[in-house]
Design a protein around this ligand. Structure first.
Ligand SMILES: Nc1ncnc2c1ncn2[C@@H]1O[C@H](COP(=O)(O)OP(=O)(O)OP(=O)(O)O)[C@@H](O)[C@H]1O
Ligand SMILES: [Mg+2]
Length: 254
């Protein structure tokens, strides 16, 4: 089979003369959770959710990460955005080591690395209007006045194919696919460089899946985004990815 990416810069590993530094470089990453057991419930064993994972993503590229349930895909994504503090290993973003940074020092990088979750119903605050949800990232990062945020909310809704009137409604008033569009709008609000997509279409109806995937592809082009695209469905990942990594029991096996 001919690999369409084989000759492109994005797919060329550095050691073969690629000139670009990776946007994300994960090296020997480990995330071990203590597992309590035994009569006294003392930590006895460790669960090696992520065990010595090395991977890289170049600007504008999509790396697909596939593997069965429980193999550590989400934990890996969480380590990149530091929702989990990895046990060992290195996560470099644009050459900067993130694992050692304090919360404060990490804040500017949080703008550049965003996440889209599997279940938009859970990841969106049900008590907030869409406007509040989309304004929040700007408020958290002290960006712009009320007028600027207002404008941004409308821009974002347009980008993800929702009407302006969506701003004053609440997440439960939308369908699953529309809700995921809101999740995507929130993720792209601060012009990130990398988005960790953790099974973004798994919870959606098959007919809606391809619409959301196409939206992600369009946004990637227009905003020059890189994706770490996590899924358990190989067909979905193949459709969107430049390269594939297969994960099994905490390790990349292929
Ligand atoms: N906070 C935690 N504490 C202890 N164990 C954890 C924690 N988070 C994840 N694990 C364990 O790590 C392993 C990997 O979990 P993870 O959620 O990363 O899998 P996954 O590949 O994303 O699965 P799925 O496809 O079902 O989402 C599992 O065995 C899980 O029980
Ligand atoms: Mg998961």
């Amino acid at each position: 089979m001919v690999d369409p990416m084989a000759n492109s810069d994005a797919a060329r590993p550095l050691h073969q003369g690629g000139v670009r530094t990776p946007l994300l470089e994960v090296k020997n990453l480990k995330m071990h959770f203590p597992v309590k057991g035994g009569v006294l419930m003392r930590a006895k064993k460790v669960c090696k959710a992520v065990d010595d994972v090395t991977l890289s993503i170049h600007p504008g590229e999509t790396l697909g990460l596939v593997g069965e349930s429980g193999c550590g895909k989400s934990t890996l994504g969480n380590c990149v955005v530091r929702l989990n503090n990895p046990t060992a290993g290195s996560v470099k973003f644009n050459g900067v080591e993130l694992t050692q940074l304090s919360r404060k020092a990490l804040k500017p990088y949080r703008k550049d690395i965003q996440m889209i979750f599997q279940d938009p119903a859970e990841s969106l605050n049900a008590r907030h209007s869409v406007r509040e949800i989309l304004e929040e990232p700007f408020i958290l990062h002290d960006m712009g006045e009320a007028g600027f945020r207002r404008k941004k909310v409308h821009e974002l809704l347009e980008k993800v194919g929702l009407p302006s009137s969506a701003a004053d409604r609440f997440p439960f008033e939308f369908s699953g696919g529309q809700r995921q569009r809101i999740g995507i709008a929130r993720a792209i609000a601060l012009n990130p460089k990398l988005i960790i997509c953790d099974e973004p279409v798994s919870a959606l109806d098959v007919s809606v899946q391809s619409q959301v995937l196409n939206l992600l592809l369009d946004l990637q082009k227009s905003m020059k985004l890189s994706y770490l695209f996590i899924a358990h469905d190989l067909a979905v990942v193949k459709h969107i990815s430049d390269r594939l990594a297969i994960m099994y029991l905490g390790k990349i096996v292929e």
